[in-house]
Design a protein around this ligand. Structure first.
Ligand SMILES: NC(=O)c1ccc[n+]([C@@H]2O[C@H](COP(=O)([O-])OP(=O)(O)OC[C@H]3O[C@@H](n4cnc5c(N)ncnc54)[C@H](OP(=O)(O)O)[C@@H]3O)[C@@H](O)[C@H]2O)c1
Length: 196
């Protein structure tokens, strides 16, 4: 993928990167944990974002790079992006240890907890490499009606994918790149922090 990007878009810095992969194998009690499924969860949910970070970090602008031109929304549909690059990884609220009140979903919770850590560590790397030209964060999209939640449709209020995506993009576009602006942390679709 990185080779293709380099070939198709030479000398083009990454402006908005979204690492989305995620799967859920439900475990309600420890006895339901299955090695192959747990390994699958960690491969997709933790090592997926880890390797995307490895191969995409080369495209993120360095601190000497020119700032992007901040887009004033030129049409009704366009999203005004900030002048710095954004790299976001999809975590999940259930990956928060502080927020865990009900247990279960052991592999999913643990593999998503890793994403909070990856976003923080990657952001620290970017603070050195890119300074205010780039930030990394983790995201929680809300409970969204996708294939992922198919087994739970009907039981609770869910966001439409288009609404969750729109809200997350608004949150990302508003985050400043200074040290106190929320970089390295996890943000939900309402713009509220999900603490690790
Ligand atoms: N839906 C929710 O309520 C909810 C809540 C919290 C967090 N999340 C997180 O949000 C993200 C998107 O989920 P979604 O609701 O949009 O579910 P989804 O429609 O099932 O999307 C899952 C994503 O993971 C990718 N994926 C799955 N297995 C993969 C594999 N083996 N290798 C590479 N990519 C793989 C899929 O890629 P393809 O499209 O190419 O198959 C797709 O982009 C996930 O990280 C999920 O954990 C969702």
């Amino acid at each position: 993928m990185a080779d293709t990007i380099r070939r198709e878009y030479p000398n083009t810095p990454l402006r908005l990167g979204l690492a989305i992969p995620g799967i859920l194998h439900v475990e309600k009690s420890p006895s339901q944990i299955d090695f192959a499924k747990a390994l699958d969860s960690f491969k997709v949910n933790s090592i997926g974002p880890l390797l995307l970070m490895k191969h995409l970090s080369q495209f993120i602008p360095a601190k000497s790079a020119q700032a992007f031109t901040a887009d004033a929304a030129s049409s009704h549909d366009s999203l005004p992006l900030p002048s710095h690059a954004i790299y976001a990884m999809m975590a999940a609220r259930v990956g928060s240890i502080s927020d865990n009140a009900s247990g279960g979903w052991y592999s999913y919770r643990a593999s998503k907890a890793a994403v909070f850590q990856l976003a923080k560590s990657f952001d620290l790397y970017l603070q050195t490499k890119s300074a205010q030209r780039a930030i990394a964060v983790a995201l929680h999209p809300g409970t969204v009606q996708t294939d992922f939640t198919k087994d739970f449709w009907g039981g609770r209020d869910m966001l439409e994918p288009i609404d969750a995506a729109g809200k997350l993009l608004e949150v990302l576009a508003r985050l400043p790149s200074d040290a106190k602006g929320g970089r390295g942390r996890c943000w939900d679709w309402k713009g509220e922090e999900v603490v690790p």
